[in-house]
Design a protein around this ligand. Structure first.
Ligand SMILES: [Zn+2]
Length: 321
């Protein structure tokens, strides 16, 4: 029986590593910088962080040797082979056997999974999954993705790539990095709102967003705030975002029939988005499904820890399966 797993949560700006127990408690947490300049640089940063943690805490005997390492990675991950397959944001263009390399270096089982799948595993075990067998974990941060849960199990799909709801098309003419036109992620994610505002900036010379952008402070929360204060560009960006989010959630409800939707990711920190979605669904949902409105909530798990716990959970599950 496994006792402790070393969880590694690889985000866009930081890599969090900690020792995670089966009950979800985390100790000996450390933070390292992540990098995304190129595939080589991104992979080297992960290996460096794992090696630094191992040297400081495991090799020194400060903590017991973990039973496995669980890696949470952005983009597409082959969870069976612990291979980092593909990612647009952190450029991973050639499948890379990151898990096998770390496993050989430290002589320990290494399991990897996509970060949103990891967070969903944490929700299944410690969050909304305690109440509901059928739910969707919707993450709106830099990008958009969902964990789809049916009868208590994460739906992985053929290549562990199910839940890419950010690339649902809402029929609007904004090109997306994935090659389609009109994907929601291009204008309704945190990163997409910033790109959309920049693309329209010239048409709104008086917008406060220009100043915010120059100061490096134009993010989803400041755009939403500017919209509240009446800034015309911010209103345009936020209204399109909301329209697309509502459309996406309606699509998710149609194809998953969830009993609950639990929301995570930085953009949900402002209650505006969740309220807008609930308002939009009211009057659209049929009378027999109105109970769903009470079960669309922001995740109660700590957003700083959910990825780390989930990365460790995928290791517990895969190695005990
Ligand atoms: Zn797309």
């Amino acid at each position: 029986m496994m006792d402790t797993v070393m969880g590694v949560d690889v985000g866009g700006t930081k890599i969090l590593i900690g020792l995670v127990r089966l009950d979800g408690t985390i100790t000996h947490e450390r933070r390292y910088p992540s990098q995304r300049g190129s595939q080589e640089i991104a992979i080297a940063a992960v290996k460096r962080a794992v090696a630094a943690y191992w040297a400081e805490l495991v090799e020194s005997g400060a903590i017991p040797r973990p039973d496995a390492i669980g890696l949470g990675l952005v983009g597409q991950v082959d969870h069976r082979r612990a291979e980092w397959v593909f990612s647009m944001a952190t450029p991973i263009l050639t499948p890379y056997p990151l898990g096998r390399e770390i496993s050989e270096q430290f002589q320990i089982p290494v399991i990897a999974d996509n970060d949103v799948h990891c967070a969903t595993l944490a929700e299944i075990r410690f969050g909304v999954g305690r109440r509901f067998r059928d739910f969707v974990y919707l993450n709106v941060g830099t990008g958009i993705a969902a964990g789809l849960v049916s009868d208590g199990r994460l739906i992985r799909g053929h290549q562990n790539n199910a839940g890419e709801v950010g690339h649902i098309v809402a029929n609007i003419d904004v090109p997306c990095e994935c090659g389609r036109v009109g994907c929601i992620e291009a204008y309704a994610s945190g990163g997409g709102m910033i790109r959309h505002a920049r693309a329209l900036m010239e048409q709104y010379p008086d917008s406060v967003l220009a100043q915010l952008d120059r100061e490096g402070r134009m993010v989803s929360s400041t755009i939403i705030q500017a919209a509240r204060e009446g800034d015309a560009l911010a209103i345009r960006v936020a209204e399109l975002m909301m329209k697309a989010q509502l459309s996406m959630v309606q699509d998710i409800i149609n194809f998953m029939d969830p009993q609950a939707i639990v929301c995570g990711g930085g953009v949900f920190r402002d209650p505006w988005l969740l309220q807008g979605i609930i308002d939009g669904l009211t009057g659209w949902l049929p009378p027999n499904n109105l109970a769903l409105l009470d079960n669309i909530t922001v995740s109660k798990l700590d957003p700083q820890k959910i990825g780390l716990i989930g990365a460790a959970l995928c290791a517990y599950q895969e190695t005990s399966a």
